[in-house]
Design a protein around this ligand. Structure first.
Ligand code: TMP
Length: 253
């Protein structure tokens, strides 16, 4: 089979031309990066887990009427998606203080926030994805006020869905990042959830123990990232049968 044409390669994924106009194939790599790619590693199996987990979350969102780019999973590492025009923003939703917010404001990690807070970073690796106010976004034409209202509404629906799903398996959704993409149905433009939803782009803490089950395990050298992601996949019942990193069985004395 002729290899598909590569259209874009990012830090964790590759986009190929899709089988039909308006579609793309999204390939999940095993590469992990942090701190704007200052820290890098190849983590065997990460791509397979994130492909499954993003499928799981995006399918759930599609099923409750939150539109996403996801069409179907093709194989272990690839999924068919709708082609979108990515809005150049990282849309971050926070339920508890952590990461850059905790650092910027001197807050203790884990402090509950009075309400979910949505913030935006401008997607530009050379600048390190700086946090930007809505005023910049509108003034520089990255999105309109109406787009931002739609994106916030989408992000809050994703937050409610993910919070509930994760709570059901004993995991606290601390924060996450999504990206929004534009699609056109005739002349009508809509914003949908794009990119990926996986432990690479969320903070997930075990409710009982506080154990981190997300990319902070890699960022902060807290142990095996594959074990953490496998645990999330296992709890959600989406572990592919041929992933060999399943948790070791308990030894009963
Ligand atoms: P932050 O606290 O480092 O700003 O991260 C907030 C959330 O966004 C967290 O869940 C991790 C996610 N995130 C990404 O998905 N990509 C990124 O490049 C960064 C910096 C954070």
């Amino acid at each position: 089979m002729a290899r598909r044409k590569k259209l874009y390669e990012g830090k964790a994924k590759i986009l190929y031309e899709g089988p039909e106009p308006g579609t793309l194939v999204q390939y999940f790599k095993d590469d992990a990066t942090a701190f704007n790619a200052e820290k890098k590693a190849v983590i065997e199996g990460k791509g397979v887990l994130n492909n499954r987990l993003s499928e799981f979350f995006m399918t759930g969102l599609n099923n409750i009427g939150v539109p996403t780019h996801f069409i179907k999973r093709l194989n272990m590492r690839e999924q068919l998606i709708r082609q979108v025009e990515i809005v150049p923003l990282e849309v971050i939703v926070r339920n508890f203080a952590a990461g850059s917010m905790a650092k910027r404001l001197g807050l203790e990690e884990g402090m509950p926030l009075p309400r979910p807070i949505v913030e935006f970073s401008y997607k530009d690796d050379a600048l390190g994805d700086p946090l930007v106010p809505e005023e910049y976004i509108i003034a520089f034409g990255w999105a309109s006020q109406q787009d931002l209202d739609d994106i916030v509404a989408l992000a809050l629906r994703v937050n409610d869905f993910l919070t509930g799903v994760m709570y059901g398996v004993g995991i606290k959704l601390v924060d996450f990042k999504i990206e929004a993409g534009r699609v056109w149905d005739n002349d009508y433009m809509r914003l949908i959830v794009a990119d990926e939803i996986s432990p690479d782009s969320c903070r997930l803490w075990d409710i009982e123990t506080g154990q981190k089950l997300d990319k902070d395990v890699f960022r902060r050298d807290l142990g095996s990232l594959t074990d953490a992601y496998t645990e999330v996949a296992r709890r959600l019942g989406v572990l592919p049968s041929n992933v060999t990193h399943a948790p070791k069985p308990h030894v009963i004395n």
